[in-house]
Design a protein around this ligand. Structure first.
Ligand SMILES: Nc1nc2c(ncn2[C@@H]2O[C@H](COP(=O)(O)O[C@H]3[C@@H](O)[C@H](n4cnc5c(=O)[nH]c(N)nc54)O[C@@H]3COP(=O)(O)O)[C@@H](O)[C@H]2O)c(=O)[nH]1
Length: 597
């Protein structure tokens, strides 16, 4: 096809130079971002690609040759444009307007038009028109805008979900998905505000799983975690929507119970106990757990959330100490006791180095012969200001603070040194019983320490009896059993103290390699007038005999008690009837000299 511009200079159309110029011009035209068309005699002579695009045609060739009138919505519109443009064009000026044009498929669109005559003195040479498609621009802008909007929306969405994730991480426990300490505190403050405003009650409950450490240690953390998740689910399923179940960490949970008074809290506690006690299946383990719970009430026990939680925590410890699977309401006395415990802990830290501790010894008498076969070492603490503090009070404090470890070692060393002295003084068969706390038994190095002290004082292992309570083994049977086995292998004798008051099974007794059962003094105390106690004591003695264990009755105070025990075949007895626990020198004077064999 001959180039349309060749028509403008017919003589030059075949020249190579002109062809090159025309190609360059076309390239220039095609690279323009607007439509460009040359029109002469109402016919399109030449246009660029953009112009073809604007009119919905594939290439400039499809536009060239078309009547320019057909590019307008109507003949009238076309003529009107000619009339309007003429004054400017004929003066050699550019004519600018905004018009509707028609695409090849008939659709109308708005465009900015700029026209100019090629030769202002001769309109017959045609005109050049620049067409700027406003609709397409608008459309493109709209597309751009919507792309930006959706990107913005995505960003906002992303940011929102990031914020939600951060909020969740900061306010919820990752394992159980329960509210954590932070969210609990927020809800607690809010609950107190509402309770104050409405004059309604509010209960805070502190929960702790009994023996959870045992599950974790013996079955592994994965089982422990699964158990916590299941317990969390059950607790959550037991309360009402307005209540909050939060996990503080480990096996500690807190319940926030708006509008619950003492009876309400008690009902929830009972439901919690029931929910926790249903067996939990984790893999092939069927586990059942119990809860210890402490309850504090608003406003009776505190006006701020921090105080209420502390009170509930204190009450929970009391529940645990009272035998586990239990709940307890906070009382102000508990706080006094906590303050006292703190005072004792601080004072106890200095007790060893300031020589405030001493041992008293209580004889243990063999019933068939009436002779003292051994003594039990009992710790005494005499503080310059606090006076004589009972071990029943300070031993638990020492256990909680970990001070029982250095103190327990001191007791063992001092007792063995005393035994060594008595053996040297002519009482070679005297045995020494020493109390061991659960914390001590959990120390894996305990057997080595005992062995070292026995060696240091040249005492045969069977002359030492270590007294354990039943709960020692319940808390951490694995370490406890390992230590007991080592001690047993060394020849040290183990006795079960306060037997009958704790929680142990007969199979445990066998596994623990127990040499002696010490019948708790609570059964001995009322032997004279309580038929049940008599039945229990004689059953314990018979059971021990059947299992090949010896029995010692604690707290014997009367001749009648002694007669009953002797009659039942009890092996040894200990109590005020024979002697109170005494300092070594006093005991030597009164009891040991002639009786020990
Ligand atoms: N872990 C350690 N625990 C210890 C140690 N020393 C003592 N304790 C434990 O403290 C609890 C209280 O001991 P204590 O006040 O010494 O009471 C003992 C006896 O004095 C008392 N007793 C003895 N005979 C009688 C009696 O006839 N009547 C009566 N009412 N009380 C009597 O009983 C306690 C016996 O203790 P135990 O045989 O150990 O049960 C107590 O639990 C001690 O175990 C220590 O060094 N470490």
């Amino acid at each position: 096809m001959s180039h349309p511009l060749a028509a403008l200079a017919p003589g030059l159309a075949s020249s190579t130079a002109l062809q090159r110029i025309l190609r360059e011009q076309q390239a220039l035209l095609d690279s323009a971002g607007v439509g460009i068309a040359f029109i002469r005699n109402r016919t399109v002579l030449r246009c660029n690609q953009h112009c073809a695009n604007i009119f919905g045609l594939a290439s400039p060739e499809e536009v060239v040759g078309r009547s320019s009138e057909g590019l307008h919505p109507s003949r009238d519109a076309f003529r009107e444009l000619g009339r309007a443009a003429f004054p400017d064009l004929s003066r050699g000026l550019a004519y600018r307007t905004k018009r509707q044009l028609r695409r090849s498929d008939g659709r109308l669109f708005w465009a900015h038009l700029t026209g100019r005559l090629i030769n202002p003195h001769d309109s017959g040479e045609g005109s050049l028109w620049i067409i700027d498609d406003i609709d397409a621009q608008r459309h493109a802008r709209a597309l751009l805008d919507s792309a930006m909007v959706s990107r913005l929306q995505r960003e906002i969405e992303d940011r929102r979900s990031d914020q939600e994730r951060i909020y969740r991480m900061a306010h919820y426990d990752a394992l159980t998905q329960l509210p954590n300490r932070v969210l609990l505190a927020e809800r607690g403050e809010e609950a107190i505000r509402l309770a104050q405003e409405n004059g309604t009650p509010l209960a805070v409950m502190f929960l702790d799983l009994d023996n959870f450490k045992h599950v974790n240690d013996s079955l592994g953390h994965r089982v422990g975690d699964a158990l916590l998740v299941e317990i969390a689910r059950r607790l959550q399923g037991t309360v009402r929507e307005r209540d909050t179940v939060a996990r503080l960490g480990g096996d500690e949970f807190v319940l926030l119970l708006p509008r619950a008074n003492a009876q309400g809290a008690e009902r929830v506690a009972a439901k919690m106990q029931e929910a926790a006690m249903q067996p939990v299946q984790v893999g092939h383990h069927e586990l059942s757990l119990a809860l210890s719970m402490g309850i504090a009430l608003f406003p009776e026990h505190g006006s701020d959330f921090e105080t209420l939680i502390q009170c509930a925590d204190t009450a929970m410890y009391r529940a645990k100490a009272g035998g586990r699977n239990n709940y307890c309401f906070f009382t102000p006395q508990m706080q006094e006791q906590s303050a006292r415990a703190l005072q004792l802990t601080n004072a106890l830290r200095r007790a060893l180095e300031r020589n405030q501790l001493s041992l008293h010894y209580q004889p243990q008498v063999a019933l068939p012969t009436g002779r003292v076969h051994g003594v039990e070492a009992l710790l005494r603490w005499n503080h310059p200001e606090l006076g004589s503090v009972s071990p029943a009070e300070f031993i638990p404090v020492a256990e909680d603070s970990g001070l029982i470890l250095p103190i327990g070692e001191w007791v063992l060393r001092t007792a063995l040194a005393q035994l060594q002295a008595w053996h040297a003084a002519g009482l070679p068969r005297l045995t020494m019983a020493v109390n061991l706390s659960a914390t001590q038994l959990r120390q894996p190095q305990l057997p080595q320490m005992v062995e070292h002290l026995l060696h240091e004082h040249r005492i045969a292992a069977h002359m030492l009896e270590l007294e354990l309570t039943e709960n020692v083994a319940v808390d951490d049977p694995h370490t406890a059993i390992a230590s007991m086995e080592q001690l047993h292998t060394m020849g040290v004798r183990l006795s079960m103290d306060d037997f009958g008051t704790g929680y142990s099974s007969l199979s445990q007794l066998k596994r623990f390699q127990i040499y002696r059962l010490k019948i708790d003094q609570s059964f001995v105390r009322d032997l004279d007038h309580d038929g049940n106690d008599r039945a229990i004591v004689s059953a314990i003695i018979r059971m021990a005999q059947a299992l090949g264990m010896r029995t010692t009755a604690e707290g014997v105070e009367t001749a009648d008690q002694l007669a009953f025990l002797r009659e039942q075949g009890c092996d040894e007895a200990q109590g005020y009837y024979f002697s109170r626990p005494l300092p070594a020198a006093e005991l030597e004077r009164h009891r040991l000299g002639c009786q020990a064999a």
